[in-house]
Write a protein that binds this ligand. Structure first.
Ligand SMILES: Nc1ncnc2c1ncn2[C@@H]1O[C@H](COP(=O)(O)OP(=O)(O)OP(=O)(O)O)[C@@H](O)[C@H]1O
Ligand SMILES: [Mg+2]
Length: 360
């Protein structure tokens, strides 16, 4: 029995249930000899923990030395010039790792996001270079591309492609005067974000657990295509037993935020509404109330079947038991189906078979 029998044929789910190769991924990598030889050398190794993996990588890097990855190295001077000396006016955001500035690299004639990491967060130069190397191995159209880095003196700076529309959080939760995202765009963003996670879980080798999947880490380009950021900074994230299925849960949380326009924790709401997942449970069980969950900013502009399917996906991802949550590739298949059929009559959700409604 598939996870999403409510909205997918068995065949479609099974299509997604083995490890897939995609058009994206390693093909897109440029000729970074060190990176590929490094990748080949540990692609088939498994590691007990992130720290043992990092120790191994650090050892590998020390064999090559910093000079070998200098292709993406930027001097502090160049990044200062790109950001007008890290002018507060160029700052586009600030998170747990440090400040983010918009910059322009004259040498490449491109806009970039320059993330100046809080120096307390990283233990040393080598560890920073390990992270850079790990990030530079990961390429997918739904991941923000790492353009380069700077490790001059005690600086720890990452340079990413610039995402013109900022984060999903800016367009969903901190919306201000911006135009609300329509239903179709929300589903497109959910699908792309799931594909980015699928790449990290199923294609990257060794697999990468995101750990901090949230709306502010889903960035949007000029056409509102989503790209995930900060997946490589996981070691500074929460500790504990986090697995690919914890990422699936986090995906469910963000997807529910996208449907409802509500923050996962919102202290400004009445106490029974402050925790989004708790608030949603009784609604999940009663399809007559599904419409009450929808973001009022959508002004009732959404396909009814699409809503049922989306809530079914969210509810599955939010199962308490991680073993009953779907794998991310099943989520991708469900969302591909949802995006293909949204607004058309052939949506196949039947109320009786809805997993969301069937939960109790
Ligand atoms: N590549 C980028 N292009 C454009 N804007 C970006 C880019 N990276 C980050 N930003 C902006 O900077 C903000 C802060 O990002 P940052 O990753 O530092 O913090 P966060 O995502 O809120 O929290 P965390 O540190 O936990 O990831 C983002 O919400 C986004 O608006
Ligand atoms: Mg972030």
């Amino acid at each position: 029995m598939s996870c999403f029998s409510c909205c997918l044929s068995e065949e479609k789910v099974n299509k997604g249930s083995t490890r897939k190769s995609t058009q994206d991924g390693r093909d897109g990598r440029d000729a970074r000899t060190i990176a590929s030889s490094f990748a080949n050398s540990f692609a088939n190794l498994s590691f007990k923990s992130d720290s043992s993996r990092r120790r191994y990588i650090a050892g590998e890097i020390s064999k090559y030395g910093k000079a070998s990855i200098s292709a993406q190295f930027f001097s502090f001077k160049e990044l200062s010039a790109a950001t007008q000396n890290f002018d507060p006016q160029s700052m586009v955001g600030e998170g747990g790792f440090g400040r983010v500035y918009k910059g322009h690299l004259e040498s490449k004639n491109m806009d970039v996001a320059v993330k100046q990491l809080d120096r307390n967060g990283f233990q040393g130069n080598r560890e920073f270079l390990v992270e850079v190397l790990m990030l530079s191995l990961l390429h997918h159209s739904n991941l923000v591309n790492l353009v380069g880095y700077c490790s001059d003196a005690d600086q720890r700076i990452l340079v990413y492609e610039y995402m013109a529309n900022g984060s999903l959080e800016d367009h969903l939760l901190d919306i201000g005067q911006k135009k609300p995202l329509d239903w179709k765009t929300r589903m497109k963003i959910a699908k792309g974000a799931a594909k980015g996670l699928e790449y990290l879980h199923d294609i990257a080798s060794p697999p990468v657990i995101f750990r901090d999947f949230k709306a502010s880490n889903i960035l949007l380009d000029e056409d509102f295509n989503p790209k995930l950021s900060d997946f490589g900074l996981a070691k500074l994230g929460p500790t504990g037993q986090l697995t690919a299925k914890s990422d699936v849960y986090s995906f469910g949380v963000v997807f529910l935020e996208m449907i409802t326009g509500r923050r996962v924790i919102d202290k400004s709401r009445p106490s029974e509404e402050q925790n989004l997942v708790t608030w949603a449970q009784p609604y999940f069980r009663d399809k007559r109330k599904f419409h009450m969950m929808v973001d009022p900013l959508l002004e009732n502009q959404y396909p009814k079947k699409g809503l049922h399917q989306a809530l079914a996906v969210a509810a599955m991802c939010l199962q308490d038991e991680d073993s009953t949550r779907p794998y991310i590739n099943d989520v991708v298949s469900a969302l591909e189906f949802l995006c293909d059929t949204d607004g058309k009559d052939e949506g196949v959700l039947s109320p009786e078979s809805s997993m969301a409604e069937g939960r109790n």
